[in-house]
Ligand binder design. Structure first.
Ligand code: ATP
Ligand code: MG
Length: 429
C-alpha cells in the first residue's frame, strides 16, 4: 500500500477485536462518573492556537514542540487540541457555566493530538478521559478526584499495579518565592546542568525538577524544597488532602520533584504511576489550577482536574490480564435460515423476538449459505445458541434451538414460544 494511503504514524485504528475492551473501559468510567455526580461536556477537537498558548504556557513541551498547528482557509491559526482543560475552560466561560460562583463538576472523553515520538504508550493521536471541577476550593474535592480514581482501579482490578504520587506547588505567591530560591541555587551550579535545564532555568525553572538527566538530578538532591516554601494556606490545604486520603485508606507517596508539564498548576498536583508499562508509566495525572480561569479572562474561579490516558490503561489491563472474559462475546443467538421462504419467516420472527427482548443480541445470518457454512458462522460468532429454520420447521411453525456450547440437547420451539424460551436461557445485559 502506498505510504500516503496509510494511517499517519502514531495515529492508530482501534480494530473490531479491540473495541470491546475500549467500550468496557469507557462504560465503566462513565457509570462511575455518573454515580459521583459529574456531567459530561463535549468540546470541538480544533480551537484557536492562541487558546493553548495562553492556557498551557508558551514555554512548555506541548506548546514549544508538540502541537499540530495549521492555518485554515480564512488564515486563522488553528490547533488540534493537545489536551482538554483549555477547551473546557473556554467553553465554561463562553457559556457562563460558572457565573456567580456556581460549582461545576464536568468530564469529557476524546482524542488529543501531540507530535511526539511514537512508542509503546505514546502516540500522536491518543485518548483521554478528563475531569474538571470549578468553584470548589477546598481539599475535599481534590480528595474526591483521587478517591474516585482509586475506586476505578478497584473496579478494573488494577489497584496493586498503580501508585499515587502527590505534591503541592503552593499558591502562586509561595511558588514565586520558591522559584527565586531555586534559580539562585541552580545558577550556582550552572556548569553541572544539562543543556535543556540551563535553558529552562531561564524560561520555566520548576521544569528543571523533572529532568531525566542524571547529573542534573545529582545537583537537585540538595536543592531547596517547595515544601519549605509553602505558605499557611497551601500547607493547610495539603494537610487537609493528606488527612482525607488517609481516612479513605488510599496509600500515597510525596514526590517533591513532581511539578507536571503544564504551567497552570497550583497547590495539589498528583500522578498515578505504574512500573508495568516501561517508560510511559503515568496513567492519570492532574492537579489544581486556581489561577487559570482568570488568566483566560474569566472572574477568579478555582479549578481542579485530571486526565487519564486511555491507551495506557488499556495496555495495563492487557498486560495484567485483567480483560474480563465475557466482554469478548457479542452475540447471544445466531439464526440460520435455509431458502427464500424460511428467510422471510426468519426476518418476521426475529423482529418479533426483538420487540419482546430488546436487549437480546440476536444475529440473523445474511448472505444465505449451506447448512455447514451457516453453522460455521454461528459457531464463529461466539453465540451460545443457534436457531435453525428450514422448510420442515416452517411447515410446523417451529424453529430448531441448538445449544452451541454444550448446554443440553437440540429441540424444536414453537414460533409463539420462542421469545419466552430465549428469555429463560440468555442472561440479558
Ligand atoms: P508524559 O509525561 O507521559 O508525556 P504528560 O505529563 O505530557 O505525560 P498529561 O498532559 O498530564 O501528560 O496527560 C495526561 C495523561 O494522558 C498522561 O498521564 C498519559 O496517561 C496520557 N498521555 C499524555 N500524552 C500521551 C501520548 N502522547 N500518548 C498516549 N497517552 C498520553
Ligand atoms: Mg508529555
Amino acid at each position: 500500500m502506498s505510504k500516503s494511503l496509510q494511517a499517519i504514524r502514531g495515529m492508530n485504528d482501534i480494530l473490531p477485536e479491540q473495541t470491546p475492551l475500549w467500550r468496557y473501559f469507557e462504560g465503566t468510567v462513565a457509570r462511575l462518573l455518573d454515580n459521583y455526580g459529574y456531567k459530561q461536556i463535549r468540546m470541538p477537537i480544533v480551537e484557536f492556537t492562541e487558546l493553548f498558548k495562553r492556557s498551557i504556557g508558551e514555554v512548555t513541551d506541548i506548546v514549544e514542540k508538540e502541537m499540530y498547528t495549521f492555518e485554515d482557509r480564512n488564515g486563522d491559526s488553528l490547533t488540534l487540541r493537545p489536551e482538554g482543560t483549555a477547551a473546557c475552560v473556554r467553553a465554561v466561560l463562553e457559556h457562563g457555566l460558572t457565573g456567580a460562583g456556581q460549582p461545576q463538576k464536568l468530564w469529557y472523553i476524546g482524542p488529543m493530538f501531540r507530535h511526539e515520538r511514537p512508542q509503546k504508550g505514546r502516540y500522536r493521536q491518543f485518548h483521554q478521559i478528563g475531569l474538571e471541577v470549578f468553584n470548589i476550593d477546598g481539599p475535599d474535592i481534590d480528595a474526591e478526584l483521587i478517591v474516585l480514581t482509586w475506586r476505578l482501579w478497584g473496579l478494573l482490578g488494577i489497584r496493586d499495579a498503580v501508585k499515587l504520587e502527590l505534591n503541592s506547588l503552593g499558591t502562586s505567591e509561595s511558588r514565586g518565592r520558591y522559584k527565586v530560591a531555586l534559580v539562585e541555587y541552580l545558577s550556582a551550579h550552572l556548569d553541572k546542568l544539562d543543556e535543556d535545564s540551563q535553558r529552562r532555568l531561564k524560561t520555566n525553572p520548576l521544569r528543571v525538577l523533572d529532568t531525566k538527566n542524571a547529573d542534573t538530578q545529582a545537583v537537585l538532591v540538595n536543592a531547596p524544597k517547595m515544601a519549605d516554601y509553602l505558605d499557611d494556606e497551601s500547607r493547610i490545604h495539603f494537610e487537609g488532602l493528606k488527612a482525607r486520603l488517609e481516612a479513605a485508606g488510599i496509600p500515597f507517596e510525596i514526590n517533591t520533584k513532581l511539578v507536571r508539564g503544564l504551567d497552570y498548576y497550583s497547590k495539589t498536583v498528583f500522578e498515578w504511576v505504574t512500573d508495568k508499562l516501561g517508560a510511559q508509566g503515568t496513567v492519570c495525572a492532574g492537579g489544581r489550577y486556581d489561577g487559570l480561569v482568570e488568566q483566560m479572562g474569566g472572574k477568579p474561579t478555582t479549578g481542579v482536574g485530571f486526565a487519564m490516558g486511555i491507551e495506557r490503561l488499556i495496555l495495563l489491563l492487557e498486560t495484567l490480564e485483567k480483560v474480563p472474559e465475557e466482554i469478548s462475546r457479542q452475540v447471544d443467538v445466531y439464526l440460520c435460515a435455509f431458502g427464500e421462504a424460511a428467510e422471510l419467516a426468519a426476518l418476521a420472527l426475529s423482529e418479533k423476538v426483538r420487540d419482546q427482548l430488546p436487549n437480546l443480541r440476536l444475529q440473523v445470518n445474511a448472505g444465505a449459505g449451506s447448512f455447514k457454512n451457516q453453522f460455521k458462522k454461528a459457531d464463529k460468532s461466539g453465540a451460545l445458541y443457534a436457531l435453525i429454520l428450514g422448510d420442515d420447521e416452517l411447515a410446523q411453525q417451529v424453529i430448531g434451538f441448538k445449544p452451541l456450547r454444550g448446554q443440553g440437547e437440540q429441540q424444536n420451539i414453537a414460533f409463539d414460544a420462542l421469545a419466552a424460551h430465549l428469555a429463560t436461557c440468555v442472561v440479558q445485559g
